[in-house]
Design a binder for this molecule. Structure first.
Ligand code: FAD
Length: 393
């Protein structure tokens, strides 16, 4: 196993670094480096810049208009973007549904949907979870009944991230109640502008509306929007979740945020406290260990071995690390973490109370927000069950 980058890979990294430096808007990077609120426009502006270069689908093969990079190149690209302060690409289009459409969709679906995803023009959402069907996803009830050349969809999805911006949503729907629950699920692409679709934001502990409820009331969906075969959706869903969990590890962001934590600790004076520095050092060791784990995956992929069965491990460690750095940042700033000042997350806000600095403005809301990471994409408890079954045997 060779974990070092070759001279060609180093050169590739330099090329990406230069391009990101020249093309990432400074106002967006400023917000990311300071964990300030990103608007829909910020996220889509960066997506379109990447799209124009042909890099929004950075994990896509050439055949579908992607750069055809190997696993190491994809990792280097993600790392350079994260360290430069690029927003995390909203994954639902390019990272989640696109690979499913490529692998299981027909030519007409590929021609219709992939260009809009690759360019960043079309915003996708993920409609898997329902009230009562999260970890036990196969119990989902949202129904799609075939009537002629249409499906009629009725039911509810929930926790739909950024669904308030969604133009299309990929949904798991129940098309049969025969046999095992898994065998009656289909994968449907739904235009969110269709009559009968209602999106209701859910306000969270950090004051933001990042997730939504999505309701379907007799929504007519053309049968041509069914991906693959009816009642085979569970197979496609599992394929997609493997991609989601690898992406969630986000070791590159952890490296960037570790540096931010050090900046905050120095600005707040707790860097002088050796016990606090110990906490940061322990975190740094775990970030490096996670990076090694990611590099081992890359090395295996380079050698042609499949290693997705440790996706669950990456998700568990990555999400716990994200929670730890946000907690340490909040502890570093103490009372100046500003729990409920909504405006504090806007760029340019300095606050008017003593000790308030841009460095610590939104720390409490970020801390609250990051509680989600051990739940979404499959909760960590459930991931541990999967790791126990697939890795430990
Ligand atoms: C911020 C956020 C964004 C999300 N975005 C999306 C999205 O865009 N689209 C989407 O479809 N979904 C989304 N989700 C939903 C997410 O996938 C689910 O929340 C997750 O799968 C857990 O399901 P649940 O919330 O129903 O919890 P439950 O499944 O009810 O679990 C409750 C608790 O029980 C534990 N538990 C459950 N089963 C077991 C078991 N077998 N063994 C041990 N412990 C168990 C869980 O770990 C958890 O602690 C999002 C969730 C969050 C928090």
């Amino acid at each position: 196993m060779d974990l070092a980058f070759t001279p060609e890979e180093q050169a590739f990294r330099e090329e990406i670094r230069g391009w990101v430096r020249d093309n990432l808007p400074a106002d967006i990077a400023h917000k990311v480096h300071n964990a300030l609120r990103l608007s829909r426009d910020d996220m889509q502006r960066w997506a379109k810049i990447l799209g124009k270069k042909g890099w929004l689908g950075w994990n896509w093969p050439k055949q579908f208009g992607g750069p055809g990079w190997n696993a190491v190149q994809r990792h280097l690209f993600e790392e350079e973007c994260a360290l430069a302060g690029a927003p995390r690409v909203v994954p639902f289009g390019p990272v989640m549904v696109a690979p499913v459409i490529m692998a299981f969709g027909n030519k007409a679906q590929q021609e219709r949907h992939l260009p809009g995803i690759a360019s960043g023009e079309v915003w996708w959402s993920q409609g898997y979870s329902e009230p009562g069907s999260g970890s036990d996803l196969a119990s989902l009830k949202c129904r799609a009944e075939r009537k002629g050349d249409k499906y009629i969809v009725n039911g509810q999805k929930t926790w739909t991230t950024l669904g308030q911006y969604g133009e299309w949503i990929f949904c798991l729907v129940r098309t049969s109640t025969e046999g095992k629950p898994q065998t009656g699920i289909s994968f449907l692409l739904i235009d969110m502008k269709s009559p009968g679709v209602t999106v209701r934001p859910i306000k969270l502990l950090d004051g933001e509306c990042e997730v939504n409820e999505v309701w379907f009331d007799n929504v007519e969906v053309p049968a041509e929007n069914l991906v693959g075969e009816e009642n085979q959706g569970w197979t496609y869903a599992k394929y997609l979740l493997g991609h989601e969990r690898t992406n969630i590890a986000d070791v590159n962001r952890a490296k960037r945020e570790l540096e931010r934590l050090k900046r905050i600790a120095k600005a707040e004076g707790v860097w002088e406290d050796s016990r606090f520095r110990d906490q940061i050092a322990l975190l740094e060791v775990d970030v490096v260990a996670l990076e090694m784990m990611v590099l081992r995956v890359l090395s295996a992929e380079k050698a042609g071995k499949s290693s997705l069965d440790i996706a669950g491990l990456l998700k568990i460690r990555g999400s716990e690390i994200q929670q730890r750095y946000t907690e340490l940042m909040m502890l570093a700033a103490g009372p100046y973490s500003l729990p409920f000042i909504f405006e504090a997350m806007e760029a340019g806000w300095q606050g008017d109370f003593p000790g308030g600095t841009l460095a610590n403005a939104p720390l409490a809301s970020t801390y609250f927000n990051m509680r989600k990471t051990t739940i979404y994409g499959g909760s960590n408890e459930v991931q541990r069950n999967i790791v126990a079954q697939t890795v430990l045997g």
